[in-house]
Design a binder for this molecule. Structure first.
Ligand code: HEC
Ligand code: HEC
Length: 284
């Protein structure tokens, strides 16, 4: 019992390390390698099933083949994973006003492998365009040479007009709000439910919890909206009882995380309403 508990904690720690320490590999294009890259870097948001999370992260299941079929979709996808994407997008009628972090720290081979994995996983394979050729490391190398910003990638998204302004996205509007009392409530819950894995200073957890501050936090959440952070935390945390807390408690926890990451407190609480959260950008 004790050993298997430790072993699972080790497995979590290894997974998290794999997400941070990136070893470029010349032979990373196999589907198996792609599955590993996906689990370590993409599944947290797009989910292991590829279904995404409503209100926060777009699906890749079904959506990836339809992107590929758009004019220049293939190149757009390579740039999206390399440089990130920032701006409001609509997928199957649902709007996502978040931001996709850049993955240029991964090697060309790893990125080709993960795209080929996404192309064949989640029943995507049957929907691929007939002339689909697997991505190669050279495809990624060519895209990498362009060195784009996430906003520039957004402007090149199929269907977007050149110069489409990401600032016009829903995430641009309202300022982030939360109160000192709310953050204190969040801290209280955090100490009971989250410190084992995430630590008392948010980056000194023992059991493999990801850092919840600094550059890691900024890279994952700093260009998105409050809605993405809330939806993720509610959908995945704590791992043994995801969604097990009330919406109010999740909002308090998010308020605490924002407080610890230096966002300004005010006299209005962080709302639980997804629409209102989607309007609050974490960009500064
Ligand atoms: C921290 C959350 C997060 C992680 C991790 C993440 N993504 Fe994304 N991804 C997003 C969001 C949010 C969007 C939508 C961006 C927007 O609205 O501008 C997106 C968009 C995309 C798109 C473009 C979809 C479109 O319709 O334009 C692709 C392709 C993609 N992600 C693939 C990946 C792959 C592959 C990985 C892993 C290497 C990954 N993502 C990791 C959050 C994430
Ligand atoms: C059993 C250990 C464990 C507990 C308890 C736990 N977490 Fe986590 N948490 C993790 C792991 C592991 C990850 C990384 C998951 C991944 O990358 O797929 C994570 C990731 C996160 C992230 C995203 C970090 C990022 O930028 O990618 C947030 C936010 C978070 N946890 C919040 C919480 C909150 C709030 C609680 C308490 C309600 C909590 N966690 C409890 C293990 C834990």
């Amino acid at each position: 019992m004790r050993t298997s508990f430790l072993r699972s904690k080790l497995a979590i720690a290894t997974l998290t390390l794999a997400a941070i320490a990136i070893t470029p590999s010349a032979h990373a294009q196999s589907a198996d390698a792609g599955a590993k890259v996906y689990a370590a870097n993409c599944a947290a948001c797009h989910q292991a099933s590829g279904a995404g999370l409503p209100g926060a992260f777009p699906p890749l299941a079904g959506h990836f083949p339809s992107l590929l079929k758009q004019p220049d979709g293939r190149n757009y996808i390579a740039k999206a994973v390399l440089f990130g994407v920032e701006g409001s997008i609509t997928v199957n009628g649902a709007t996502f006003a978040g931001s996709m972090p850049p993955w240029k720290a991964l090697s060309d081979g790893e990125l080709a492998a993960v795209l080929n994995y996404v192309g064949t996983a989640f029943d995507n394979k049957a929907q691929l365009p007939a002339d689909f050729k697997p991505y190669t490391a050279d495809d990624l190398k060519a895209a990498r040479a362009q060195a784009l910003t996430p906003a520039a990638v957004y402007a090149q998204r199929p269907g977007n007009k050149a110069g489409a302004a990401p600032a016009a996205s829903a995430a641009a509007g309202a300022p982030v709000t939360f109160t000192a009392a709310q953050s204190a409530r969040g801290k209280e819950t955090f100490q009971h439910r989250c410190t084992d894995c995430h630590g008392s200073t948010l980056d000194n957890g023992e059991f493999g919890g990801a850092p919840l501050n600094g550059g890691y936090f900024k890279n994952h959440w700093g260009n998105g909206s409050v809605a993405a952070l809330f939806a993720y935390t509610k959908a995945k945390m704590p791992p043994d009882r995801p969604g097990g807390l009330s919406d109010q408690t999740y909002a308090d926890l998010v308020a605490y995380l924002l407080d610890e990451n230096g966002y300004a407190k005010g006299d209005k609480e962080l709302p639980t309403d997804a629409q209102a959260q989607a309007g609050m950008s974490l960009k500064r």
